[in-house]
Design a protein around this ligand. Sequence first.
Ligand code: GGG
Length: 364
Amino acid sequence: MTTTRTFRIAAIPADGVGAEVVAAGRAVLDALAADSRGDSQGGFAFDWQEFPWGCGYYERTGKMMDDDGLDRLKDFDAIYFGAVGWPTVPDHVSLWGLRLKICQNFDQWANVRPVHFLPGVQSPLRKADDTELDWVVVRENSEGEYAGLGGRNLAARGQGGEVAVQSALFTEVGCERIMRFAFDLARTRTRRKVSSVTKSNAQQYGMVLWDDVFKRVAADYPDVETESVLVDAMSAKFVLRPEDLSVVVASNLNADILSDLGSALAGSLGLAASANLNPERRFPSMFEPVHGSAPDIAGQGLANPIGAVGSAALMLEHFGLPDQAARLQKAIEATTGAGILTRDVGGTASTEDVTKALIDALNA
Ligand code: GGG
């Protein structure tokens, strides 16, 4: 007798192209699940519940998500997220009201953002001899520069004008857990190397603590090569010596910026996948494309669904289905390799065309 595992997933398309790419990802995942029924290893299915939260919801209700939203999400197996942000709502309100609220309350402290080349996609970095380049940005996702510490209208001290303070929080526990995560990940890769990124020459408290913890943790992983690189130098290295990278671990803001750079170097922000993980599995993890809501192309069928579908592959890995994740990744490569590309990567295909091609490739 075969069994079917059902994964309960909360879909939050949120804003702009989020709706289009989440619909694409859902269609591809449902096709994969339909094909798994009758599998001797046991099939799987997805039970989706969609939540209407985001900037449109904010305009109607004054809230980015319901007050009991976290409570309603907490028992799902995972959250599948689109993108947040729309010009009618201040960006800090939309980001803190939804994406950061979920990440921080569900202690999704590890944000994994792989960067790799895809066949058929032109990259500013691709040369004939380095088609296999790939690296992973591991982003500390719970504290650092996005700890939300600070304030405005602090004492103006008589000079006139407003004063604002924005502090970064670095805890030894927070630094150590993200570094161990990065080292453990490096051990699963061909190149066992972790590059730590800071600006510790200029930021002499939190980032020096980061450096100290990195040295201590590295001593437990003598089989893993290490380097510490300042963020400005690392930006140059991404462009000039990407073959020297494997796992790059960085604070919340630095990794946010570097991972956008990485995905642009791979060809487009639209290709980049990410997983916001609560590695202890006390809370659901959240899977989302790296890109934002792209108001300039929203609703036109132009969005690239590959980042969202790649994020779905990361979700399958999280569910303990690595073969299915690899199957999805192969379908992505078959699709881009066949030249079925959206406009951001030089093609003319629509979101729907790419989605259909992905499903065809799964069934091929
Ligand atoms: N799907 C990712 C997304 O919506 N990003 C919007 C954004 O501004 N994110 C900031 C961050 O990643 O912290």
